[in-house]
Design a protein. Structure first.
Length: 131
């Protein structure tokens, strides 16, 4: 079980490093980084990154009692999931606000959490008014 999880983690990190290499460091090179095969690899890399994050969080929080972070996650995770693509991939993307990728990621993460909380509050309000 531990070996299988370790293989998934190593594979996920490797595929995502290839993605970073292809997209950001070698974007001027024509070839495999613009191919359909590379795009398929990226999709699997994102999926495996989600599995890796789940395994990591499960290991970190296995002995943690129900705390504020988990309560926040339980309340807002679906609304955060719904708004994340709006902030990352839509025409309203915040990924190019500044020329510094790290700053962009911080802005995106903060925006996703804020918009997710707002969406949850609005849907709860409307749900209570309708029901």
């Amino acid at each position: 079980k531990l070996i299988a999880q370790s293989v998934i983690i190593i594979f996920a990190i490797s595929l995502n490093l290839i993605e970073i290499l292809g997209k950001y460091l070698c974007s001027d090179i024509v070839g495999i980084f613009g191919s359909t095969l590379f795009n398929v690899i990226i999709r699997y890399a994102h999926c495996l990154l989600g599995v890796f994050a789940f395994i990591l969080f499960k290991r970190i929080f296995v002995n943690v009692k129900y705390n504020m972070l988990l309560r926040f996650s339980d309340n807002y995770s679906y609304s955060i999931y719904l708004v994340h693509l709006l902030v990352i991939l839509s025409p309203f993307t915040l990924m190019s606000v500044s020329g510094i990728p790290f700053i962009n990621w911080i802005i995106v993460l903060i925006s996703i959490v804020i918009l997710g909380v707002i969406l949850k509050k609005i849907t709860d309000y409307l749900s209570n008014k309708i029901m």
